[in-house]
Design a protein around this ligand. Structure first.
Ligand code: SF4
Length: 300
């Protein structure tokens, strides 16, 4: 059996829209209808006529797709694929923060569970965060859960009072300043492109800081012919394939997200064949989480 052909056949027959985050491997991207950052994927899937969405990514991404397409069936290809950062805080933690800082709005990164979004006021993506929170009427903000993205936003918006918590992406936060210095020394003249989930000591060595899509666009449009990639390994691999005339070096070999590597073609086939895990959210969760996301849309 040629598994790719079988996936494409089942996808067509069952009219399923497959979305794949850019951190997925190349073989998964090849069978997807849309690839890219998590929020953009959910928006594109919502705009299709397909009644079923199959997410190749991690659970919070599938939940976002469900929030944006409540009338569609949303399935995650591998039920075990989670994001440690999305689960780092509980609703009770957020309520405690609200009680401690009355009058502060709670802004959450899109990398949070649907449940957590229900107790937050506004949501941001890594590419929209500075603009959205810059436009936000409330200057007093608790930003959850990513301390590193939060500190990047705080630096860009000095007029806002931003309280940070101790969450992080364990993959990006593991990169050290020593690695940034060593990479720049090893590849002199190559721009260092870094995701804002990295620690501030790494960000200060970056030539460009941006979301996954922004990093990819930068590499495509730049005159440079070699780059150091400071985000998940798959981005370097996809760029190398798309731009063979350019060279892509990894900032750290440890920039590999184990959860993003849990989805294989077999999982996609099984999910199309009746497996996978359907994302079920109750109406109240969808309504409240959508309100949090709609605030981002209003200000974006
Ligand atoms: S790379 Fe980090 S933020 Fe993204 S899914 Fe993996 S653990 Fe979560």
């Amino acid at each position: 059996m040629n598994i790719k052909n079988e996936i494409l056949r089942l996808k067509r027959e069952k009219d399923v829209c497959i979305i794949a985050h850019s951190y997925q491997t190349g073989d998964i991207l090849e069978i997807a209808d849309f690839t890219g950052d998590s929020y953009a994927l959910s928006v594109k899937a919502a705009q299709t006529k397909s009644k079923t969405i199959l997410m190749c990514g991690v659970r919070f991404m599938a939940e976002t797709a469900k929030i944006l397409s409540p009338d569609k069936r949303v399935i995650i290809a591998n039920a075990d694929a989670g994001c440690p950062m999305a689960e780092q805080l509980t609703k009770e933690d957020v309520e405690t923060l609200k009680a401690k800082y009355p009058g502060y709005a709670v802004a959450c990164y899109i990398n949070t569970s649907a449940s957590l979004k229900t107790v937050c006021d506004i949501c941001v993506t890594s590419s929209s965060a500075v603009k959205i929170l810059g436009n936000y009427e409330n200057d007093n903000i608790i930003f959850i859960p990513d301390r590193n993205l939060g500190s990047y936003i705080k630096e860009k918006l000095p007029d806002k009072n931003i309280i940070l918590v101790n969450g992080c992406c364990p993959v990006h936060a593991a990169v050290t300043e020593d690695e940034a210095v060593a990479a720049k020394k090893a590849y002199p003249g190559c721009p260092l492109l870094v995701h804002p989930e990295c620690v501030p000591d790494v960000l200060r060595h970056a030539d460009f800081i941006g979301s996954t899509s922004e990093i990819m666009n930068y590499a495509v449009n730049s005159d440079s012919d070699a780059f150091i990639i400071g985000t998940e390994l798959a981005i370097s691999q996809h760029l190398q394939k798309a731009l063979p005339e350019k060279k892509f070096y990894m900032l750290s070999e440890r920039l590999v997200c184990p959860d993003m590597k849990l989805t294989a073609l077999k999982n996609v086939y099984d999910a199309l064949d009746g497996g996978g895990l359907e994302i079920v959210l109750d109406a109240e969760t969808i309504t409240k989480a959508a309100k949090c996301i709609n605030e981002m849309i209003r200000l974006g």
